[in-house]
Design a protein around this ligand. Structure first.
Ligand code: ACO
Length: 327
């Protein structure tokens, strides 16, 4: 059987830091409230010239350099993102050109904060089927460009960034993507959205008048959904693989809220030393959060070759899913 093995992972974030103290100057909030309710201390924010595609390109270049891979070896670029530079073309096409991946196909996957989970699952399926050998998988978002900086319930949550992973075909390997799970419930669509910008309420159209141009989120409903969906997706992917949470060496969940992560870890009976958290540094970077966390975990020595890693994501859609990977 052909496995999709991780050759490397890297990430890129903007230099500009937005701290809780900065947010105290914008809205009626406090460092104490933000830390207690979310675990976030600071996040990285794009300058106007920085975009989802520039961050994705930087992360892609880093992973190619790290794995000593030529861009012309890449067969496909899959970018999980809901904040493309344009309605079209896709972020993946911009990255394809910027890195010189002349032989690669390119496509975006729109699954919000589960975008990286869905993108890895897509890439792994192409590799396991034998049709592709090297796929560059990227999670990238710049949600702060859609933040309402007067809404204290959402503006504290989001940061920008990108993470890139190179997956490669390895026949007979016992490393790589083990199992994936992708789930959705479109009935929950109104819980997190940006109304204007698509073709239901086109920018500047009469239909868009009075509609929201910034992120709306029903926080406590999404919180309840997140706690349940993370646990469900993890249990399902572990069942499919025929292993238990005791066999997981590192849990790398979407970094949306420390309390959500802790309750998922509790349900899975995972001790804190097996749970990777960096939400305090980057906030919720949407599709970028899992690859940024994997890259951060690896560079700090917490993620090493041979480990069984459980990743899980959830977000607007509603969508959720999990990937089990042997590093
Ligand atoms: N500072 C101070 N007070 C605040 C702030 C703030 N920044 N934000 C809200 N409050 C207040 C509220 O107004 C409310 O006050 P009230 O009781 O007087 O009405 C009180 O704090 C409690 O509000 P809740 O919304 O119940 O707070 P909660 O504990 O649920 O935390 C949070 C809010 C952090 C947003 C939480 O609900 C959450 O994390 N939700 C999930 C978010 C998420 O994971 N999203 C992922 C998907 S995003 C995507 O896919 C794009």
């Amino acid at each position: 059987m052909i496995k999709a093995v991780v050759k490397g992972v890297a990430h890129a974030v903007p230099n500009k830091i937005l701290t809780n103290a900065d947010l105290e100057k914008l809205v009626d909030t406090s460092d104490e409230w933000i830390m207690q309710r979310t675990g976030m201390r600071e996040r990285r924010i794009c300058e106007p010239h920085e975009t989802t595609a520039t961050l994705a390109t930087e992360a892609a270049k880093k992973v190619l350099a790290k794995t000593e891979t030529s861009p012309t070896e890449i067969d496909l670029i899959v970018v999980g993102s809901v904040t493309g530079d344009y309605m079209f073309p896709s972020v993946s096409c911009i990255v394809q050109n910027a890195i010189g991946a002349k032989k690669a196909g390119a496509m975006d996957v729109g699954a919000a904060c589960a975008g990286f989970i869905y993108s890895v699952a897509t890439a792994a399926a192409f590799i396991e089927s034998g049709s592709l050998k090297k796929v560059l998988v990227i999670g990238a978002d710049a949600l702060t460009k859609y933040v309402d900086w007067t809404d204290r319930s959402t503006c504290i949550l989001f940061g920008d960034g990108a993470g890139a992973m190179l997956l490669e075909a390895a026949p007979g390997s016992d490393h790589g993507v083990i199992k994936t799970v992708m789930l959705a419930d479109g009935a929950g669509a109104p819980l997190i959205d940006v109304e204007v910008g698509g073709n239901r309420y086109p920018v500047g159209s009469p239909q868009a008048e009075g509609r929201r141009t910034k992120i709306f989120m029903a926080g406590s409903e999404v919180y309840r959904f997140a706690v349940k969906s993370i646990g469900d997706a993890c249990c399902r992917v572990l069942d499919l693989a025929g292993i238990s949470s005791d066999d997981v060496d590192l849990f790398v969940p979407h970094q949306a809220n420390l309390r959500i992560i802790e309750s998922a870890a509790e349900r899975l009976h995972l001790p804190s030393e097996k749970v990777f958290v960096n939400v305090e540094k980057f906030g919720n970077t949407s599709a970028a959060s899992i690859p940024i966390a994997l890259s951060d975990a690896e560079s700090t020595g917490k993620l090493t070759k041979g480990m069984t890693v459980l990743t899980v994501g959830f977000g607007a859609g509603l969508v959720w899913g999990a990937n089990l990977i042997r590093w």
